[in-house]
Structure formats: structure tokens, C-alpha cells
Design a protein around this ligand. Structure first.
Ligand SMILES: NC(=O)c1ccc[n+]([C@@H]2O[C@H](COP(=O)([O-])OP(=O)(O)OC[C@H]3O[C@@H](n4cnc5c(N)ncnc54)[C@H](O)[C@@H]3O)[C@@H](O)[C@H]2O)c1
Length: 365
């Protein structure tokens, strides 16, 4: 075989098919975009059930790419998952699909069990079946959260070795899925890697989470509901930095290892909200101090963890990852994106969102 033929064969050999679940959601959409653009030699299959949190508009710039395809499917439906794995052979799975909002888990824990626990086990079973006897070079990458570790006091950080101590139905369901992933590694030699990340923020986040919710409320002159005393502390990471970490761990992380990912960037909710109000006042041409007046303290969320903080030195020392975007840069870019994408914001906050919003916050005010 000469020149072109050999080249084609080599490219064919290099081709890999990667299943990304939850690719129409917030973080997943950034991961899909990164992989589709950066790895033309990979076929990226985006599996998403398009729940309220999933929106193909998040990835409209990549849906026409030749190495992208989409499967609408509920991961809690074992037969649908198995049918997909019968049809397509995957070299790797990057699993992000989840029910992801703590407040919703308090209202309806069972949907978290179905998607986060059963959905994950369905994918593990399908991967195990597909890769039986040929696990070499395969990888099941499970994306998880720092919330599985529970709550910290004023001092200390979550390490990869910190014992799990989940307090909400959301974090309990993610903890359970993490345990299942590890158990499939131990029991069936399934090649896996797992990361636990701190709070993400950035473009395309559904406006039920703190930062986009407040950007939207400030824009509409609506009150800013702050839970409890506002002194809850979170470690914030720009979503693109999470996507870059996922790329690195997928390609260079060690099998059966866990890596914590964090922003080295702790903020109390109230300080963060004040900062956001200042940025929004400037962007909207409002007098300084206008938006801060929208802050309203509301009844606390039950089981509210006081502080999360990640020690991300393992991923830094072993794989060389660190955040590239400062909080000031990331927050300014995020505000700008929401202001420039009013149509997106209006479309996702129409219909059911209004009912959801009043049911979540009216009883707490
Ligand atoms: N957002 C954060 O701050 C954060 C931090 C750490 C870890 N994580 C984890 O990262 C992952 C993604 O989080 P996100 O914030 O992008 O979530 P998201 O809610 O924005 O997106 C979740 C996606 O999963 C899809 N989905 C939900 N149920 C499904 C089902 N049954 N079958 C198939 N698809 C389904 C939704 O349609 C949506 O597109 C989750 O596993 C979450 O636990 C999130």
C-alpha cells in the first residue's frame, strides 16, 4: 500500500469513538465543543435526554461538524442504553449527564436516584458488556462533585482521601454513583477515572444556579434571594477550566485514580453577590449601589453545607493542571455572555421555569 492509502489506514486506526453524556447541559456543552474542535480524529457522540437543563442551542456551533452526532436517550432506561451500545462501539465514555440542582433534589429525590444512580449503573453495565475481554485502552470517566465530601468548618480542604459525607439527596446520589464506578473497577476491572469538582460558573449555565439566576434577576430588577445569613462559602471555577481539566484527565489521568478539581477561589455567597451587583451596575449603566438593594434574605435551604473548598494539588502536581482564568475575568465574561444572549435566557426562562421559580422561592421568603 502506498502514500495516501497508508495515510488513510493510519487515520482510520487512530479514530476513536467517544460517548459524552449530558453534552447539551452546562458543563457537557463546553466539553463537547472542546472535543469536537480539538480532536477531529475522534467521533463524538453526545447522549442527552434534553431535560429542562439540556438545550441543543448550547452547542449549535458544533452540531454540523462531521465528527459530531447526537442521541436523545434517558440513561435511566437500561434497554435504550443497551440498544445504543449494541449499535455503536465506544472507546471511551465521559459521563456528565445528571440531575444537578440541590434544591430540586430536596423537592424530588427519586429523579436523582433514577438518573444519577441507576443511569450511571446502566452505563457501567453497558460498558462492561461491550469491553469484556478487551478493556485495554478503554476508559470510563465519571464526572462528580465536591459536594460528596459534605461540609467543612472554617479551616481545611477536601482531599481525594476525604471520607464521603453527603448531606443532600443530590450529593447522596452523586456519592452513590461514585461508589458504583469504583466498585466496577475493583470487581470487574473496568478502567475508570473519576474527578470531583467545585462549583462551576460561566456561559450556558441554567439560571437556577446562583450566578446566572442573579444575573437574570438583576437584569429584570427582581429581588435576589440569599439563603440564611449569606455566609455559605463555595470555591468557584470557570467552566472552560473544568473542560480543560476533563480533557487532561481523560487523556493523561491514571486508571482507578480520583482527582479533585477546584478554583483555589473561595467566596462567601454574600460577597460574591455584592461583587456581581457591582459588575452588573457598571455593565447596565446603573448608579453604583443600585443592584445591591435587590438583596433579600430568605429562609435557609435544609441541610445546607456551610463551606466547600477543594485542595487541587494532586491534579496540579501529577498532570500540571491549574485554572487559567481569574475570577474577575471569568465573571466579567460570564455577565457579558448573558447580556449578549438575552434570547437564550428568555427562551430557557419561559414556560415551566416561572412555575419552578415561584415554587422554590415563594415559600422561603
Ligand atoms: N455545575 C457544577 O457546578 C458542577 C460541579 C461539579 C460537578 N458537576 C457535575 O457535572 C455534571 C454536569 O453538570 P452540569 O452543571 O453541566 O449539569 P446540567 O444540569 O447543566 O446538565 C445536565 C445534562 O444532563 C442531561 N440529563 C439529565 N438527566 C438525564 C437522563 N436521565 N438521561 C440523559 N441525559 C440526562 C440534561 O438534559 C442536561 O443536558 C453533573 O454530573 C454534575 O454532577 C457539576
Amino acid at each position: 500500500m502506498h502514500g495516501n492509502g497508508r495515510k488513510k489506514l493510519e487515520i482510520y486506526k487512530m479514530r476513536k469513538k467517544i460517548l459524552i453524556t449530558g453534552g447539551a447541559g452546562f458543563i457537557g456543552s463546553h466539553v463537547v465543543r472542546l472535543f469536537v474542535n480539538k480532536y477531529p480524529e475522534y467521533d463524538i457522540v453526545n447522549l442527552d435526554y434534553l431535560t429542562y437543563a439540556g438545550n441543543l442551542g448550547n452547542i449549535k456551533d458544533v452540531v454540523e461538524a462531521p465528527n459530531y452526532s447526537f442521541e436523545k436517550l434517558d440513561i435511566a432506561d437500561a434497554s435504550a442504553v443497551n440498544a445504543l451500545f449494541k449499535e455503536q462501539h465506544f472507546d471511551g465514555i465521559i459521563h456528565l449527564a445528571a440531575e444537578s440542582h440541590v434544591d430540586r433534589s430536596i423537592e424530588n429525590p427519586m429523579s436523582f436516584v433514577l438518573t444519577n444512580v441507576i443511569g450511571t449503573v446502566n452505563l457501567l453495565n453497558a460498558a462492561r458488556e461491550q469491553w469484556k475481554g478487551k478493556m485495554d485502552g478503554k476508559r470510563f470517566y465519571h464526572i462528580s462533585t465536591d459536594e460528596v465530601y459534605g461540609s467543612l468548618g472554617k479551616e481545611g480542604f477536601f482531599l481525594e482521601t476525604t471520607a464521603y459525607d453527603p448531606n443532600s439527596p443530590y450529593s447522596a446520589s452523586k456519592a452513590s454513583s461514585d461508589h458504583f464506578v469504583r466498585s466496577y473497577g475493583e470487581t470487574y476491572d473496568l478502567p475508570y477515572v473519576l474527578t470531583n469538582c467545585s462549583n462551576n460558573y460561566g456561559p450556558n449555565q441554567f439560571p437556577e444556579k446562583l450566578i446566572p439566576l442573579f444575573i437574570n434577576n438583576i437584569r429584570n430588577n427582581k429581588s435576589l434571594p440569599v439563603y440564611g445569613d449569606g455566609m455559605y462559602t463555595r470555591d468557584w471555577l470557570y467552566v472552560l477550566d473544568h473542560a480543560l481539566a476533563i480533557d487532561l484527565v481523560y487523556h493523561s489521568g491514571k486508571n482507578t485514580e480520583t482527582y479533585n478539581i477546584g478554583g483555589f477561589n473561595e467566596w462567601t455567597n454574600i460577597d460574591l453577590i455584592r461583587l456581581l451587583c457591582g459588575i452588573m451596575d457598571k455593565k447596565l449603566g446603573r448608579a453604583e449601589g443600585t443592584s445591591v438593594k435587590l438583596i433579600t434574605y430568605v429562609k435557609d435551604r435544609p441541610g445546607h453545607d456551610r463551606r466547600y473548598a477543594i485542595d487541587a494539588s494532586k491534579i496540579n502536581e501529577e498532570l500540571g493542571w491549574k485554572p487559567t482564568v481569574t475570577f474577575q475575568e471569568g465573571l466579567a465574561a460570564t455577565v457579558q455572555w448573558y447580556l449578549e444572549n438575552e434570547e437564550w435566557l428568555n427562551s430557557v426562562t419561559s414556560g415551566d421555569y416561572q412555575n419552578y421559580y415561584s415554587s422554590m422561592y415563594s415559600k422561603r421568603s
